[in-house]
Design a protein around this ligand. Structure first.
Ligand SMILES: [Cu+2]
Length: 211
């Protein structure tokens, strides 16, 4: 079993490290060369500047190398994004509703509450709507985030690999109490999840989103 909360952690963190790593290497390399040139070509040493015209190999290198680097960043970003959007057809669907300033999660049996409960190891599809302004459902530990909009259904897919409790935040400024629009996602083993789902004694929050 995977030691990370979702598979997105590996792909997202890899792309992040890859891009930051290349950027840091280039930053250090360019800075070192600049400092070296400041001393090497110091005017006091009597160097005369010379124009160089038409070096085809230099031009090929400085076009091809950066292009390949940027394309490789795109490639890893794109394949990660494709995994992230590729939600299996048999995913377990949970309806999520955002409103100023709370979340509500509704299950197929009519159960509704402000905390997201999910079974471990089963692909989940969150179908998300907003009752008012634009919000964004963000689960940092799962490396997933998607805007939640009025009049449009957006979705997020993930498979929670590790039992536990993780933060859910709103990541789109949505008014006065935006910074307090937090809740939790609780990952339960499948058997416990099914027990929880069939219990009726959980608090139920009314919603005005139902059409
Ligand atoms: Cu919000």
């Amino acid at each position: 079993m995977s030691p990370v909360p979702t598979q997105h952690v590996e792909t997202v963190d890899f792309v992040m490290l890859y891009i930051v790593g290349i950027s840091v290497i280039l930053l250090l390399g360019i800075t070192a060369v600049m400092i070296y040139f400041v001393f090497k070509y110091n005017r006091k040493k009597g160097h005369q500047p010379v124009d160089i015209h038409g070096n085809i190999w230099l031009e090929i290198i400085w076009i091809v190398v950066p292009t390949l680097l940027v394309l490789s960043m795109f490639y890893f970003g794109y394949t990660g994004f494709r995994d992230y959007r590729d939600i299996p057809d048999n995913a377990y669907v949970i309806q999520a509703t955002a409103r100023m300033w709370a979340w509500e999660f509704a299950y197929e049996n009519g159960k509704k509450l402000d905390t997201l409960y999910v079974p471990q190891g089963i692909p989940i599809k969150l179908e998300m709507k907003s009752a008012d302004v634009t919000h964004s459902l963000y689960i940092p530990a799962f490396r997933i985030k998607e805007d939640v909009m009025f009049g449009k259904t957006t979705y997020l897919g993930f498979t929670a690999e590790q039992v536990g409790s993780y933060d859910i935040a709103c990541a789109e400024y949505c008014g006065l109490n935006h910074s307090m629009m937090y809740t939790k996602v609780k990952v339960l083993p499948e058997v416990q999840f099914n027990e929880w789902l069939s219990k009726k004694d959980e608090p139920v929050y009314p919603t005005e989103m139902e059409k």
